[in-house]
Design a binder for this molecule. Structure first.
Ligand SMILES: *[C@@H]1O[C@H](CO)[C@@H](O)[C@H](O)[C@H]1NC(C)=O
Length: 357
């Protein structure tokens, strides 16, 4: 996902009028632990644990997450995560006693307890649909459709599906019974690509129902393949995605719950979670004067320039990196810090995990 300076201004104004709930950090281990043995993650840079840097670079952007200072807080070196450390998807398995999710594109990695199929810059809509609308993928062609194909290939490798799309036997569906599927966040890169391609606001808004339809179809497909427990995160506020999107996503999920009453389909409200961080910044240890300022960037009021993002070495402009990322919400002007992600993960563990049964 991408946020331009202009969009940051929108965030500032939305932030001023937003009313959000109080967020209290707590010890996740005390909470209900659902019986989950596997996690499958689909999405973009919010949940990419290393796929993008293992893909063939399509050449329109630099693989900035390969570079210092990505990973400086955790792992001690770049891992392909768009963060100074761990992502939301790193905290969720930990709370369930499971290992970190390996990226699907790493050969010979273990996928015993799950896989991340997410790729930085991945769009919800496929490249043919986007290019019909004059929008091009800037980072990757591995859209949601591609990620679902990867998932099917993964099931085939386990012998769980053969040529048809149906699970082969009862024991296979039993196996997915204890799997948690997380579909998203996805969609922000569609809007960002449209912005880069200078589509009109109307053309961008026209993508919204298509993105929601794609997410809905994908969730339906996964349920038909055997998924019974799913979390669907919404978008962060990023200027061109209004709060109404949150409403349309939850309407889509209501329809899915009616169609598939045996599945648990939960919505993770990243939009509200983000405002909770901003609203409770003081209490959470974030620097009030730097709430919208990226920890790493090439300077400017928000330490952010879309065309010279942290980690992109092409311009040769040195990055200014803050001394303590834990005191910032924004890591690089697009993605959040490990600290921010850990707090958002706590909300999921506290509020959604008990509903997974
Ligand atoms: C792209 O997405 C559209 C809309 O969901 C779908 O109809 C089409 O079959 C997809 N194309 C490819 C090549 O997957």
């Amino acid at each position: 996902m991408t946020i331009t300076n202009r969009n940051w201004m929108t965030i500032v104004s939305v932030f001023v009028i937003s009313i959000s709930l109080f967020l209290i950090p707590c010890d996740a281990s005390r909470h209900h632990k659902p019986k989950i043995n596997t996690i499958y993650q689909f999405g973009d840079s919010l949940s990419d644990t290393g796929n993008f840097i293992h893909e063939k670079n399509i050449g329109k952007s630099q693989m900035y997450t390969c570079n210092y200072p990505y990973g400086e807080t955790f792992f001690g070196k770049p891992s392909g995560r768009a963060c100074d450390g761990r992502l939301i998807i790193d905290y969720l398995p930990q709370a369930l006693g499971l290992p970190l999710l390996n990226p699907y594109l790493v050969k010979k990695a273990s996928f015993k307890h799950g896989v991340s199929f997410a790729v930085s810059g991945a769009t919800a809509l496929n490249t043919s649909l986007l290019s019909d609308r004059g929008i091009y993928a800037y980072y990757t062609y591995s859209s949601l459709d591609v990620q679902v194909e990867w998932f099917k290939t993964h099931l085939k490798s386990l012998g769980m599906i053969k040529d048809c799309n149906l699970l082969d036997d009862y024991s296979a569906s039993k196996r997915l019974d204890k799997a948690l599927f997380i579909v998203g966040e996805i969609g922000a890169s569609d809007y960002a690509s449209a912005l880069i391609d200078e589509r009109t606001p109307k053309e961008i808004m026209d993508l919204v129902p298509l993105v929601i339809q794609k997410i809905k179809e994908t969730v339906g497909k996964l349920i038909e393949l055997g998924a019974t427990r799913l979390i669907i995160p919404g978008d962060f506020p990023n200027g061109c995605v209004p709060a109404v999107l949150t409403q349309s996503v939850s309407n889509a999920l209501t329809e899915l719950r009616t169609t598939y009453p045996h599945a648990v389909v939960l919505y993770a409200d990243y939009y509200t979670s983000f405002f909770n961080l901003i609203k409770n910044a003081d209490h959470l240890g974030f620097e009030k004067q730097n709430l919208l300022k990226a920890c790493c960037g090439t300077g400017g009021a928000y330490n952010f320039d879309l065309f010279n993002i942290c980690g992109d070495r092409r311009s040769g402009i040195p990055f200014k990196v803050c001394s303590n990322p834990d005191r910032r919400v924004s890591w690089d002007g697009i993605h959040l810090t490990q600290k921010a992600y850990s707090l958002m993960a706590e909300e999921i563990i506290r509020n959604l995990f008990p509903k997974l049964k």
